[in-house]
Design a protein around this ligand. Structure first.
Ligand code: PRP
Length: 175
């Protein structure tokens, strides 16, 4: 039995939404030299499109976090695989996430960041799946609210595959 991706959000709609998110961030962070911190691996496509749509001085950094067991179910346990590289003390931080599902990963990242004394922290997430929330978290810049389906593509994976799909897709099982 295999998995067939079916387009949920087309690349053109993603591109429009990324431009709109970037416009809002750019207006809010003019003169603030923010650092955008992405949560790997899922953020890598979104992050690269987002930063290229931002025409303000900024820096980028990455956290390596992992929350899912193999397959489609979240383990609920978040592990830090590698920390961001540059100090964030006194910096305006925008956390960039591909998807907020249970909220466990984002809550972990926010707690971790708060111990490093940044000037401010906001969150930009491409996707929100509120029906799955276990930990309350707020998202300042949100792309799309999505239903409780397993979503792949545009950086998101199933067992590490499908991250390279240019559209956001749901997986349908072949008979
Ligand atoms: C995914 C996604 C988010 C997190 C959201 O990462 O990229 O970081 O899960 O889930 P949560 O809200 O239930 O915590 P994952 O741990 O699958 O690793 P990946 O980014 O390397 O795919």
């Amino acid at each position: 039995m295999g998995h067939r991706p079916k387009v949920l959000i087309h690349r053109a709609e993603i591109a429009r939404t990324v431009r709109s998110l970037a416009g809002r961030i750019q207006a809010d962070y003019a003169g603030k030299n923010p650092v955008l911190i992405g949560a790997l691996k899922g953020c890598f496509v979104f992050m690269s499109d987002l930063v290229r749509a931002l025409d303000i001085p900024l820096t980028v950094d990455f956290l390596g976090v992992f929350s899912y067991a193999a397959g489609t179910e979240s383990s609920g346990t978040v592990r830090l695989l590698h920390d961001f590289r540059n100090p964030v003390q006194g910096r305006h931080v925008v956390v960039v996430e591909d998807i907020v599902d249970t909220g466990c990963t984002l809550a972990f990242i926010l707690e971790h960041l708060k111990t490093k004394s940044p000037a401010s922290i906001r969150v930009c997430a491409l996707l929100d799946k509120p029906s799955r929330r276990r930990v309350p978290v707020s998202i300042d810049y949100l792309g799309f609210t999505v239903p409780n389906r397993f979503i792949v593509g545009y950086g998101l994976d199933f067992d590490e595959y499908f991250r390279n799909l240019p559209d956001l897709c749901v997986l349908e099982e072949d008979a």
